[in-house]
Design a protein around this ligand. Structure first.
Ligand code: ZN
Length: 269
């Protein structure tokens, strides 16, 4: 039964690929609903032919939301992963079958918080590299209310972190445009050292990179995450603290104006 439906579909069932709609252009990060077809169905998850849901990756948390069937049944998307195909985890008993058409809706409050937080991370990482002798970003975790960046090698003091937040907020308040483009490795390397963009950690097989640029030359970084279109949307960065993670690494935690850690963002969809 399932195979008959699969055979009629355009997406090969043995290797379902999902078109990531938010990657089409940066403006698409602001889209909240989409229509898709179920191309794989697992006991607790489905794969769609296209999606706006961001899967866990690059330090950024997944989007949550709903899938609504043509007969009006609403299924909650709890988690989205990308180990192989992009799986929308909907839990057991979801009843979604291959070939079904669904309307997806993402939780906009959570998504927009991630867009602001992730763009803030690029800004803070780039500024820290420039201000403190080329320190690298060796890890990051983007969440909706508080996020963190691991730097190495560095021994931050409170005045250094105050300077970092102040420099970030100057750029945020100056409302600089953010753009996405496709560039070759050589084009990226001509603009930024590999330690700043972590280009040296990307597999050599990746030749064309989706890059996110802040302003004309504030920052340039290969990234598949979701981002805002203007630094003014980020809101002021507030650094919450730092702690040593060993071997010269320090973890800096931050939040943004309006995203206080104990105040979960409202779904404004
Ligand atoms: Zn990024």
């Amino acid at each position: 039964m399932a195979f008959a439906v699969k055979a009629m579909g355009r997406v090969p069932p043995w290797n379902p690929m999902t078109r990531m709609l938010y990657m089409d252009r940066l403006e698409a990060c602001y889209d909240r609903t989409f229509t898709a077809r179920v191309v794989e169905s697992f006991p607790d998850a489905v794969v769609l032919d296209q999606t706006l849901f961001y899967p866990l990756g690059g330090g950024q948390e997944w989007d949550t939301g709903t899938l609504t069937t043509t007969d009006g049944r609403v299924v909650a998307v709890r988690e989205v992963t990308k180990r192989g195909p992009v799986r929308h985890v909907v839990g057991p008993g979801h009843g979604l079958a291959i070939g079904d058409t669904v309307t997806g809706a993402i939780d906009w409050g959570r998504r927009y918080a991630h867009m602001r937080m992730h763009t803030a991370q690029h800004l803070v990482s780039g500024l820290a590299y420039e201000m403190f002798g080329g320190i690298r970003t060796v890890g990051n975790q983007i969440h909706a209310t508080r996020s963190r960046i691991d730097f190495n090698p560095v021994e931050f003091t409170n005045p250094m972190l105050a300077d970092l937040a102040s420099a970030a907020n100057d750029i945020i308040r100056s409302k600089q445009a953010i753009t996405a483009a496709t560039m070759t490795r050589d084009q990226v390397l001509a603009e930024q050292p590999p330690e700043r963009t972590n280009m040296d950690l990307l597999p050599k097989s990746v030749t064309d990179l989706r890059v996110i640029r802040i302003g004309a030359d504030v920052d340039l970084c290969p990234c598949a995450g979701t981002h805002v279109l203007n630094t003014g949307e980020i809101g002021d960065v507030a650094i919450l603290g730092r702690r040593a993670k060993g071997q010269g690494t320090q973890r800096v935690e931050y939040t943004l104006a309006g995203l206080e850690p104990n105040d979960a963002p409202k779904d404004s969809a």
